[in-house]
Write a protein that binds this ligand. Structure first.
Ligand code: G3H
Ligand code: 13P
Ligand code: ZN
Length: 284
């Protein structure tokens, strides 16, 4: 199959009351793990690359790997830009063949975020690329965006209504208590806020910083309208922990395949568990 827009996957998820997993990839093994997990679960899946991943791997490699993975499996796969911060970055990804982009204007004022997001929608929609935007600041450290916890603030439901009406975005990332990276304590999600947002905007909601959020909270967020769940940190942990275990057990090992192969398997298992949690298993 070729790459599909995220909006197609999220429309089906909305109708079915489940969420699609959006998994960050930086290298070949993780791209392969995402594809293998989706195929094993018969699930639609989103591969996403941050600006940092694009800088690390190169946009040609990221696009070619995702396209190859999509062509080898029999489930729908989207390639999505995660936290794009400029119109230029979005255009580079659209030209390279991404099927979906996120424009993260959350560090700007509401007016400037609306203006930037509108510009992206105007460029992306005619070429069939879907657009996710962010309103409110999600805590933690993102590539090119540093929000300390005191600065992080939640999405205002009324602003969300205006933002969606003005921009026409396909999906909205909201700040309701999740944060990127590892949590210090247990995250507390503001479900009342999520419910209010969802009652005012009629588009799929995206949950960022979902690694480490307890399963019950993820299920409740999906019940209240979350249709795309972003996972990066948990994949990094599964992958790197397995690398560490192998290196500790076999300190003389010099074949990268003997280390990265099992790490890839660990990532497959983790991603399969997440897909089942999100309810998208069997939905391809
Ligand atoms: O939301 C951020 C993702 O975890 C990507 O992280 O910018 O280090 O690739 P990164
Ligand atoms: P985590 O790394 O906390 O899972 O967040 C991923 C994310 O939101 C990517 O945009
Ligand atoms: Zn994010």
């Amino acid at each position: 199959m070729g790459l599909v827009p995220v909006s197609d996957l999220l429309k089906a998820a909305d109708a079915g009351g489940y969420a699609v997993g959006a998994f960050n990839c930086n290298n070949m093994e993780i791209v392969q793990a995402i594809a293998a997990a989706a195929e094993a679960e018969r699930a639609p899946v989103i591969m996403q690359a941050s600006q940092g991943a694009i800088k690390y791997a190169g946009i040609e490699y990221i696009t070619a790997m995702a396209k190859t993975a999509a062509s080898l499996v029999n489930v729908p796969v989207a390639l999505h830009l995660d936290h794009g911060t400029s119109f230029e970055q979005v255009m580079q990804c659209i030209r390279a063949g991404f099927s979906s982009v996120m424009i993260d204007g959350s560090k700007h004022s509401l007016e400037d975020n609306i203006a930037l997001t509108k510009q992206v929608v105007a460029a992306a929609r005619p070429v069939g690329v879907s657009v996710e935007a962010e309103l409110g600041k999600i805590g933690g450290t993102e590539d090119d965006i540093h929000v300390n916890e005191a600065d992080a603030f939640f999405t205002d439901p009324e602003e969300a209504r205006v933002f969606v009406r003005e921009t026409g975005v396909d999906a909205l990332a909201v700040a309701i208590g999740t944060a990127h990276g590892r949590y210090k304590g247990e995250p507390k999600l503001d479900f009342a806020r999520l419910e209010k947002i969802r009652s005012l905007v009629n588009i799929p909601i995206v949950l960022h910083g979902s690694s480490g959020v307890p399963g019950d909270a993820i299920r409740e967020a999906i019940r209240l309208g979350v249709r795309k769940v972003n996972i990066d940190t948990n994949i990094r942990e599964a992958f790197v922990d397995r690398c560490r275990e192998i290196i500790a057990a076999y300190p003389d090992e010099i074949d990268p395949r003997k280390i990265l192969g099992p790490a890839r398997e660990a990532a497959v298992e983790l991603i399969r568990e997440k897909i089942r949690l999100f309810g998208s298993s069997g939905k391809a």
